[in-house]
Design a protein around this ligand. Structure first.
Ligand code: CUA
Length: 329
């Protein structure tokens, strides 16, 4: 039994060590530092209470135990008014203090009434990928969000199908993404870095593969990224690329867009205009490279069962398609 437990515990440690698990304790934003601050205060208070109460309990058990040779029970105490008032008053005061700190934290992380917003972002949840629309900048992307460091981003959240939940542990708490409702939140990254996000509300078979990345860029890097995303879609230069573009227009465009400025459509699939500017695809589940994209186009249902995509192409069309798609940077 003990050995089995040891093996399971070892496996858990091994598996969790494979990928660093993002946590709000590695806070990289004002929101998560409010949250982790409150967490530590509550944890330390709880530990002090635990040590004092358990310590007193053990001390009394030892001090007042029945010793060898004792004929009768030790003297019994009933009702000590001063003690009872003390151990009622202290928890009440602690609870009031926690209540006040919790309200303060909740109002600090809620969207401020007079938000000074530098960037408006719309997040749309789809089964199972994330659409990111930059309403002021006229660009749309998927599964990889870029925001400038130190900038407050106002986020509105919508869903086209079921309830999802937007969560970037190191940057923000969870906010539900509900069909027919506009929830709002704000985001701010202190320092440039890459932070992992995950859908946090069960939304179907591929819920676990509804991930995303948030790139907090320096102001210059963000400006350069926006300029790249605003450029027109790549125009084919070879016969293969041209044939590939035709396949995309015929087979993909009903569900995807090739127009980087098309932000209002809530299409079934991600905007492909700058596909290869991203590092992942399929809801952040796979590294984006030619090999994986080929696999995906051959057997999308095998790689991510239940997703909305299906495509059948001959092997010649396949090469043409890849010739074009890999140029969409
Ligand atoms: Cu979307 Cu879980």
């Amino acid at each position: 039994m003990l050995r089995k437990f040891g093996i399971v515990a070892g496996l858990i440690i091994l598996l969790t060590a494979c990928q660093p698990t993002p946590t709000f304790l590695n806070s990289a934003s004002p929101i998560s530092s409010h949250e982790s601050g409150l967490y530590w205060i509550i944890l330390i208070m709880a530990m002090v209470v635990f040590v004092l109460v358990e310590g007193a309990l053990i001390w009394i058990l030892v001090r007042d135990r029945k010793r060898d040779g004792d004929e009768e029970l030790p003297p019994q105490l009933h009702g000590n008014t001063r003690l009872e008032i003390t151990w009622t008053a202290i928890p009440v005061l602690l609870t009031i203090a926690l209540f006040i700190m919790t309200i303060q934290t909740a109002s600090a992380v809620a969207a401020p009434l007079q938000m000074k917003t530098d960037l408006n972002l719309r997040v749309v949840g789809h089964r199972w990928w994330w659409e990111f629309d930059y309403l002021d900048l006229g660009i749309a992307t998927a599964n990889e969000l870029h925001i400038p460091a130190g900038t407050t981003v106002q986020v509105s959240l919508e869903s086209v199908d079921v309830i999802h939940s937007f969560w970037v542990p190191e940057l923000s708490g969870k906010t539900d993404v509900i069909p027919g409702q506009h929830n709002t939140m704000w985001l701010k990254g202190n320092q440039p870095g890459v932070y992992l996000g995950q859908c946090a509300e069960f939304c179907g078979t591929q819920h676990a593969l509804m991930r995303f990345k948030v790139f907090v860029d320096s102001q210059e890097d963000f400006g350069a990224w926006v300029a790249d995303q605003q450029t027109k879609v790549y125009a084919p230069r070879t016969a293969d690329e041209e044939a590939g573009q035709k396949i995309v227009l015929d087979a993909c465009i009903p569900c995807h867009s090739l127009d980087p400025a098309e932000v209002e459509t809530k299409k079934v699939g991600p905007n492909l205009a700058h596909l290869f500017s991203r590092s992942t695809f399929g809801g952040g589940a796979f590294d984006l490279n030619e090999e994986n994209l080929r696999k995906w186009l051959k057997d999308t249902q095998g790689m991510k069962p239940g997703n909305d995509m299906s495509i059948t192409v001959s092997s010649q069309e396949f090469d043409e398609l890849m010739a074009y798609l890999t140029k969409l940077k």
